[in-house]
Design a protein around this ligand. Structure first.
Ligand SMILES: [Zn+2]
Ligand SMILES: [Zn+2]
Length: 317
């Protein structure tokens, strides 16, 4: 499995010389796996990073896009109306996303793509976009198989946190599939963290963005993150910024992400949702805060496996 980060900026896209190393696209990641059907790509979120992601997919001849939405704040949706795939004939986009305030993915995109906000109405592309509301966060998993595509099935949670878990018999997972599990984050909206478990290799990657520091990590969230080979986690602020004026904004810190890495036995930690005000050196400082936390808590070996996620980076999991 490989993770390609096309957008790692939070809140607002930026472009300035001091931020070229990490980049300024808002959230979009691509999950590459041999478990996906040959003409299918799997993306999470439609921040401005989905525009260059979609350009790559078109070049590869991808005809089917599975798009998982964490939530509908602008920085996670604003790229959708301008992604080439939204208008490419013969392409199908299948979207999965939570329902918040009674609003799911279809209503979100129909709202974004209408006058006076956008010149092309969603009605012009609706026949190529299939939307699924995720009503069973934690009780459903998405199973993706190279021959059978994607479907939602009920999950049976294992007793042992982090142990391999199997979808229940009602929707048993076929061999060789990618299982995508979901858990709510700590954020002002109904936001979803996605855990990707690649069946054939046993490798695990988790995206935990738009997630705020919590003093106690709920047991179910701990199980959701446990023993991930790669955790991509929101660390928008320094400790000082967070404590001074950002409590309740729904975002985390490097030190908090390091604690989660340590407590959940995560192998590698990538920090994301970089603040639009942060230059490359400011992000380096947040990475250093995370590493320092690990060194101070007796885990210097983990500190070597923390890095800042950057746009156009590809990480082998
Ligand atoms: Zn965000
Ligand atoms: Zn948000």
């Amino acid at each position: 499995m490989r993770i390609q980060t096309y957008g790692t900026r939070g809140s607002s896209p930026i472009a300035r010389p001091q931020s070229l190393r990490y980049g300024g696209n808002t959230t979009c990641i691509r999950v590459k796996s041999a478990c996906l059907p040959a003409d299918t790509a799997l993306l999470v979120d439609a921040g401005t990073g989905i525009v260059p992601a979609s350009m790559d997919l078109l070049r590869e001849g991808i005809r089917h896009v599975l798009l998982l939405m964490t939530h509908y704040h602008h920085d996670h949706t604003q790229g959708f109306p301008l992604a080439p795939h939204t208008f490419a004939p013969g392409v199908q986009i299948e979207v999965f996303g939570p329902r918040e305030h009674g609003v799911g993915p279809e209503q979100t995109f129909a709202t974004l793509m209408q006058a006076p906000f956008f010149p092309v109405d969603f009605a012009h592309v609706r026949d190529r976009v299939t939307c699924h509301d995720l009503d069973g966060i934690g009780s459903q998993a998405l199973v993706i198989h190279p021959d059978q595509g994607a479907r939602l099935v009920p999950t049976a949670m294992a007793e042992d946190p982090g142990a391999p878990r199997t979808p229940s018999s009602e929707g048993s997972a076929p061999e060789g599939c990618l299982i995508v599990r979901m858990h709510r984050t700590a954020h002002p909206e109904h936001t979803v963290s996605y855990r990707f478990e690649e069946g054939p290799t046993g490798r695990v990657a988790v995206l935990l963005t738009d997630h705020e520091h919590t003093d106690i990590l709920p047991e179910s969230l701990r199980a959701h993150l446990a023993r991930a080979d790669l955790l991509i986690q929101d660390a928008q602020y320094t400790q000082e910024q967070y404590l001074a004026s950002r409590v309740g904004f729904g975002h985390g810190t490097g030190a908090y992400a390091a604690r989660v890495m340590h407590d959940c036995q995560v192998a590698r930690l990538a920090l994301t949702h970089h603040d639009p005000m942060a230059n490359d050196t400011d992000i380096d400082a947040i990475v250093e805060e995370a590493r320092a936390w690990l060194r101070d808590h007796g885990a210097p070996e983990l500190a070597e496996h923390v890095f800042g996620a950057a746009d156009y980076q590809e990480v082998r999991v």
